[in-house]
Design a protein around this ligand. Structure first.
Ligand code: NAD
Length: 392
């Protein structure tokens, strides 16, 4: 008999909806699954979100107070999709109640909060997952396979970036992402976390960084309470509020394996729209991937004797991991939310097997330890060692 896994979702915004849709899609995409996902209860402080949870997602119950999600006896897994600075309280309560916890990246709003959350889950012995969804892209898995198999030779340098236009418009609303008391840090918490996480996956740990940040747009129109996301726009005569975290963060990095790297993230840039991209260079080849064209990868292998022709475009298809779950054949594309389904399937599979999951909160610690070093470097103006922020 396949075990039922009761799921409680906290926060039914963009991510809460994406995960809820994933749980509903898992049975038809992964018929061999060893568990039955069961949406039990949703918590959101906004009335319209709770209505949506009941009406469209068919949660049997939706509550304003997230504590009822954590306390629900039929909930085995709590999925935390609220703004970052609320993660600590929610994850600590879920772990204390003995629930397995999936938390959206980067887990908490600051490295100190991530460390508290990781300790709480570790001490409670629950299984954890973190929303580093780009790890699951079929061509990212293939890139990792090529690197691990030595096809690129010794890795000499890495470029990781996440450039987004979501905050480029000065009239873009002052949503929670721009406020330290709700989001924690700015782009370094929001989107740079993905870029550095992928570097960890592909190339390994980072020893030292030198970094700088900036807030380019210091004031934005205030949203109406309970309305507006970071993609919405205000009017020039709206009341304005102060942006309290950074728009940009950039760093030079030295990997433990000796490779050199650069990282950049900006939310206030024109041109790139959602450019979560990396380039990996080695002694025998190179590869490059960009979320904006996530079904393509650029590959250069020096020993294939075609090196004068430059990069080859590799199209995603069912020969690469997971792709055939969604569409058969070559070059039939998959999309962003398909990565969330893979992510949720893999996390629930770990829970059903009773095994530690990767990426879990320990991987969240890996990123925020780099983030903490970047913050120190921005302050000091010098190179800083990456020191784990893990407690105990
Ligand atoms: N993995 C990714 O690619 C990705 C993408 C976007 C966001 N995220 C992460 O997901 C999380 C949520 O981001 P989002 O874009 O979905 O935000 P969002 O603003 O769209 O949704 C947040 C939801 O939380 C609800 N909420 C706020 N306070 C609450 C409370 N006290 N109790 C219950 N519900 C509350 C809001 O009403 C809203 O519905 C963040 O941690 C963010 O970093 C990850």
């Amino acid at each position: 008999m396949v075990p039922r896994l009761g799921i409680g979702v906290i926060g039914l915004g963009w991510m809460g909806q994406a995960h809820s849709r994933s749980y509903l899609r898992i049975p038809t995409l992964f018929p061999e699954r060893g568990f039955e996902p069961d949406l039990v209860i949703c918590g959101d402080s906004v009335d319209a979100r709770r209505d949506e949870a009941l009406r469209s997602f068919r949660f049997p119950e939706a509550v304003a107070d997230w504590r009822a999600v954590v306390a629900h006896p039929a909930v085995d897994v709590v999925t935390v999709c609220a703004p970052n600075m609320l993660h600590v309280e929610m994850c600590e309560a879920a772990a204390a109640a003995g629930k397995h916890v999936f938390c959206e990246k980067p887990v908490g709003g600051t490295p100190e909060q991530t460390a508290r959350i990781e300790r709480a889950a570790r001490e409670a012995g629950v299984i954890t997952g973190v929303g580093y969804n780009y790890r699951w892209a079929p061509l990212v898995r293939y890139a990792k396979q090529l690197i691990d198999d030595g096809d690129l030779g010794e890795i000499t340098n890495y470029r990781g970036r996440f450039f987004s236009m979501y905050g480029a418009d000065p009239l873009g609303l002052l949503s929670w992402r721009f406020l330290h008391d709700q989001a924690g840090y700015g782009v370094s918490t929001d989107i740079l976390s993905h870029a550095v996480d992928l570097a960890h996956l592909l190339v390994g740990p980072i020893d030292r960084v030198v970094a700088t940040g900036e807030t380019f747009i210091e004031q934005r129109p205030l949203p109406k309470p309970g309305e507006g996301t970071h993609y919405d726009r205000g009017a020039p005569d709206d009341p304005m509020g102060e942006v309290t975290n950074e728009d940009y963060m950039g760093a030079l990095a030295v990997f433990a394996g000796g490779a050199r790297g650069t990282f950049e993230a900006s939310r206030a840039i024109f041109g790139p729209q959602s450019q979560m991209a990396f380039e990996v260079y080695g002694t025998k080849g190179a590869l490059a991937w960009n979320l904006e064209t996530m079904n393509e990868m650029q590959l250069f292998l020096a020993d294939d004797r075609h090196f004068h022709d430059g990069y080859t475009t590799v199209y995603a298809g069912d020969r690469y991991p997971y792709h055939g779950r969604f569409v058969p054949g070559d070059a039939n594309s998959i999309g962003y939310e398909d990565l969330k389904v893979i992510e949720d399937y893999e996390f629930l599979s770990s829970v059903a097997r009773g095994e530690a999951h990767e990426p879990g909160f320990d991987h969240a610690i890996d990123y925020v330890s780099v983030q903490a070093a970047m913050m120190r470097s921005w302050e000091s103006g010098h190179w800083e060692d990456v020191v784990s922020v893990r407690i105990g």
